[in-house]
Design a binder for this molecule. Structure first.
Ligand code: FMN
Length: 329
């Protein structure tokens, strides 16, 4: 009988399927559906400092900014902040108790003090770990890459100084040196890295000559980029858990990522597109694969095809299509 149990960020999971942070992990009802379908853990929808600031701005506009009562402005700011944070921590405690599953809280802030302040409140509410959803878009011409990397490591250090629970960092794929970045995150206190976040991207509507949002959901083909970097990072950065995200739509994708060295796999687009039925379907596929190869536990095959383990590591490094082009007529 295949044993699907695994450990992620020091937390025991019944299987390596994690619901990625999204609108599907933002309400009790939806989280209960994920739990009933057999998910191994939940990453709550991120709490966004920017969104809270937006609500504060709206409320201040409605109540008349700069009115005769400056303390009213202070009251509104504090009220909205603690109300939003309170709702989030209440959801966390409730779903943790109702599902009995590990619940990871996700944080996205703009000011350093809020990163650790939010993380501290979420830890008190019972979060098993904190996932830092850090994204900084460098648009200034003169900014040095090292300066950008430091923003990420400073956030990890600041949060780690305040909380005892494990911290993982969800990163985008556009770093010059992804393996080195993963090593730096670990050195600054991260227990795990989530590779890779998928962001809002602009597209151009040629009929309307306007900028529009591009496709929100991933396609299975997007898996390959994640696969390469997980194979490389898992081989070179020891004692750092890796959660794979982007392009995971079926059991084959999950198996490939585990073979490349992922600790767990996070699902988002597949849940939006196919509903929670995709969870038992992936678990069945994973169990059938393990049975076929006589693997009794995930540890029996995790990382078996990573960069460090395969006979020809060049397949992970190859980036040009030289042979392909030269063999084509
Ligand atoms: C509608 C939607 C909402 C999302 N919200 C969040 C969020 O609040 N926090 C976060 O870290 N990632 C968020 N993500 C990113 C997902 O967690 C996931 O990393 C990404 O979609 C790639 O995985 P996928 O290919 O399975 O969709 C969101 C994605 C989608 C499509």
């Amino acid at each position: 009988m295949a044993n699907l149990e695994t450990t992620y960020l020091g937390i025991k999971l019944k299987n390596p399927l994690v619901a990625a942070s999204s609108g599907l992990t933002g309400t009790e009802g939806k989280i209960m559906e994920l739990a009933e379908a057999g998910i191994g853990a939940i990453v709550l929808k991120s709490i966004f400092e920017e969104q809270i600031n937006g609500e504060i701005g709206e409320m201040l506009d409605q109540s008349g900014r700069g009115n005769d009562y400056p303390e009213a402005e202070y009251y509104i700011q504090n009220y909205i902040r603690s109300n939003s944070l309170g709702k989030h921590t209440a959801l966390l405690s409730k779903v943790k108790q109702a599902t009995g599953l590990p619940v990871i809280a996700s944080v996205n802030c703009v000011s350093v003090s809020e990163w650790f302040s939010f993380a501290r409140d979420l830890e008190s509410a019972g979060a098993d770990a904190i996932e830092l959803n850090v994204f900084y878009l460098p648009v200034r011409r003169n900014q040095e890459p090292a300066e950008v990397e430091r923003i990420y490591t400073d956030v990890v250090r600041a949060v780690k100084a305040e909380v005892k629970i494990p911290v993982s960092v969800k990163i985008g794929s556009h770093f010059t040196h992804i393996v080195g970045m993963a090593e730096k995150l670990k050195a600054n206190g991260a227990s795990g890295v989530v590779m890779f976040n998928r962001f809002y991207e602009p597209d151009i509507d040629l009929d309307a000559l306007e900028i529009r949002a591009s496709e929100v959901f991933s396609s299975p083909a997007e898996l390959r980029h994640t696969l390469r970097w997980i194979g490389l990072v898992s081989s070179q950065v020891s004692s750092l858990d890796i959660a794979a995200t982007t392009g995971i739509h079926d059991s084959q994708a999950v198996i490939k990522l585990l073979l490349a060295g992922a600790t767990v796999t996070q699902l988002c687009s597949a849940l939006y597109l196919h509903g929670t039925a995709v969870i038992p379907s992936i678990l069945e596929g994973l169990t059938a694969f393990m049975k076929k190869w006589n693997f009794r536990s995930i540890a029996d095959f995790r990382g078996r095809l990573s960069y460090a383990k395969i006979g020809d590591p060049m397949v992970y490094e190859r980036s040009q299509f030289m042979k392909y082009y030269s063999s084509r007529k």
